[in-house]
Design a protein around this ligand. Sequence first.
Ligand code: ATP
Length: 337
Amino acid sequence: MNNVGNNYFTDDSLAIRDIEPLMLANTMIPSIEAAPTQPRRVLVVYNPTAGRHKRRRLIGVAERLERLGCAVTIQETAKRGDAEDFAARADTALFDAVIAAGGDGTVNEVLNGLALAGGGLALGVLPLGTANVLACEIGLDPRDSEQVARAIAFGPARRVHLGTANRRRFLLMAGAGLDAEVVAGLNVTLKRHAGKLAYVVEGLKQAVGYDFPILTIRADGISYEGRMVVACKGRFYGGPFVAAPDANLEAPMLEICVLPAAGVAGMLRYGIALPLGKLTELPEVQVISAKSIIVTGPRGAPVQGDGDIIARLPAEIAIADETVNLICPEISAAAIN
Ligand SMILES: Nc1ncnc2c1ncn2[C@@H]1O[C@H](COP(=O)(O)OP(=O)(O)OP(=O)(O)O)[C@@H](O)[C@H]1O
């Protein structure tokens, strides 16, 4: 399958390198909130379309992992859905963790695969994407390959609660309204060339032609109305911007931001408040804590989750039954609380 001129990569079947054969899976699963005593055995699921020119960074981290004593296998995706499939089929007797090497969309696929498989393996991230919101959330610097490798090899795994949007799971956030329309309309080629700027271009384009339909959000028997809604599991949004200061990956709770303004002026107002960390301080913005909401609006309108379209309206966005053990760098104990 892969042809990158190095020996980490597998063929379609999982050909495993350097695995300690007699080690039982559950003896190696890191205990929650504790670092493992042995370097992890990791399946790295690599999305070659994430970010720009990131293969060198992947190899750099893989080499460091080997130096730290990790058994490393890399599986490269060929299409959307592969990452989920690889994670779902990862052998718990051979690996301790599945590492999503890509952006937040790749993380989303991997966690859906792990949840499908019923747990047992920890989730790690090797951030190679465009926005890398999860990396911001847990205090991982995508450019610091040494920190990334150390976290994957020895970082503590923390039990985080997932969200669902019409049964599809997400880790960071799910939203409807303009942001989901922007994700749905994003020009993938432009994103590959221009990175985050592609979101700005698409956002302006959409805001001009969009009719900002009213969305109704029902939470705990109360109805709210807005033009955009984002249900946050994590604090960050769109990169290093804090949208929901009270959100916590480890809490079984969603922080729901309801944005009522319509039109380009309203979106510019929110677009300026977000990087200043002031979005939830705007007087018209409502923030609700809830375990579950129902969002209604134009039937079939997109719902984004972790930066990809994962559902359509009407949607139930809720805390999932499952949790996942998320590998974090040491500093994230403070960062994600
Ligand atoms: N081999 C592949 N070919 C095409 N698409 C893929 C492939 N592997 C994964 N994908 C899809 O690529 C999409 C984008 O990936 P991802 O979100 O990881 O990168 P990104 O968009 O650059 O990063 P971020 O979400 O952090 O901005 C995901 O929806 C994923 O399903």
